[in-house]
Design a protein around this ligand. Structure first.
Ligand code: PPS
Length: 301
């Protein structure tokens, strides 16, 4: 029987099967129960390692599926349209009762392939996995520590750098997360999307997502989705930018959730030595996988 190892990732996270869960928010029994969660054929799961484009894809999926969102007649937060499956509740207002939701249901998750409902392996329900170059993930997550109430703050970036490489951050090892999903891709009906491709050509990626989902949008609707999912638009959109998240979860006095939204911001914090050390580890751990990332906004498309 699997048990929670006594090793903590940090004082706020516990490690279970390699993954780091919030002690306060992800009860182990609840996580285990997700294996049996009943999947419907038209369910769509959007999965990310933290800081890889989660709220961006929430916004895109919501806009694709909801005409009321596109034409502005419905004012519903995207986190409610594409809710988390990783939590049984988030606060007294949000108790997740996914069984009573109408189809098609959209879900958000940071879970590794090990923890998602077994029913997803019937390959009918769809999974969209968004990945981002890990240096930018690191920079973004480092800033997120400052605003996320349930995370332990690192004293400096060097400390965080080591913590990230040890897999002692929310969701555990970035390398294990991406490798796990990628090498088990044949077990799922899955589309991989890269954050950097969304930055470079959002229109093409949204079209690709629509094709995968079997959602036909006319050109005007497609343009609305792309337009309302740009960084500038989302930054000002309280239904999408997390500014309404209760203070018990996010302390937005310490920074913005919608921070920079670009490729290559890691260069503003990594030392040359850190970058070279990371490149070496990346090659060792990922050299065998056909996954290429864009590390700099100036790189060719
Ligand atoms: S979380 O906490 O895991 O849900 O965070 P997540 O939403 O995955 O990642 C947050 C980062 O995504 C950026 N973001 C965007 N970038 C470009 N365009 C759009 N529309 C967009 N929406 C969110 C957000 O700014 C965070 O990245 P950084 O690098 O910190 O700016």
């Amino acid at each position: 029987m699997d048990t929670v190892t006594p090793v903590l990732c940090d004082s706020n996270l516990y490690r279970y099967k390699g993954f780091c869960f919030f002690k306060e928010l992800n009860e182990k029994e609840f996580i285990d129960s997700l294996q049996g969660f009943k999947i419907r054929d038209d369910d769509v799961f959007m999965i990310t390692f933290p800081k890889s484009g989660t709220i961006w894809m929430q916004q895109i999926l919501s806009l694709i599926y909801s005409e009321g969102h596109r034409n502005g007649t419905e004012q519903i937060e995207t986190s409610k349209r594409v809710p988390w499956i990783d939590f049984s509740s988030l606060n007294n207002d949000v108790k997740y009762d996914h069984d009573s939701r109408p189809s098609p249901r959209l879900f958000t998750s940071h879970l590794s392939y090990l923890f998602v409902p077994q029913g997803l392996r019937n390959k009918k329900a769809k999974v969209i996995y968004v990945m981002r170059n890990p240096k930018d993930v690191m920079k973004s997550l480092y800033h997120f520590e400052a605003i996320a109430v349930h995370t332990q703050k690192s004293p400096d970036f060097d400390h965080f750098f080591k913590k990230f490489l040890a897999g002692d951050v929310l969701a555990g090892s970035w390398f294990d997360h991406v490798r796990g999903w990628y090498t088990h891709k044949d077990d799922f009906n899955i589309l991989f999307v890269k954050y950097e491709d969304m930055i470079k050509d959002l229109h093409s990626v949204v079209k690709q997502i629509c094709t995968f989902l079997g959602k036909e949008l006319d050109d005007e609707s497609l343009d609305i989705v792309v337009n309302r999912a740009t960084f500038k638009k989302m930054q000002k959109d309280p239904l999408a930018n997390k500014e309404n998240v209760p203070e018990e979860y996010l302390n937005l006095q310490n920074g913005n959730f919608m921070r920079k939204g670009t490729i290559g911001d890691w260069k503003n914090i990594f030392t040359v030595a850190q970058s070279e050390a990371f490149d070496k580890i990346f090659l060792e751990k990922f050299g065998d996988l056909p996954i290429n990332f864009t590390w700099d906004i100036t790189e060719e498309k």
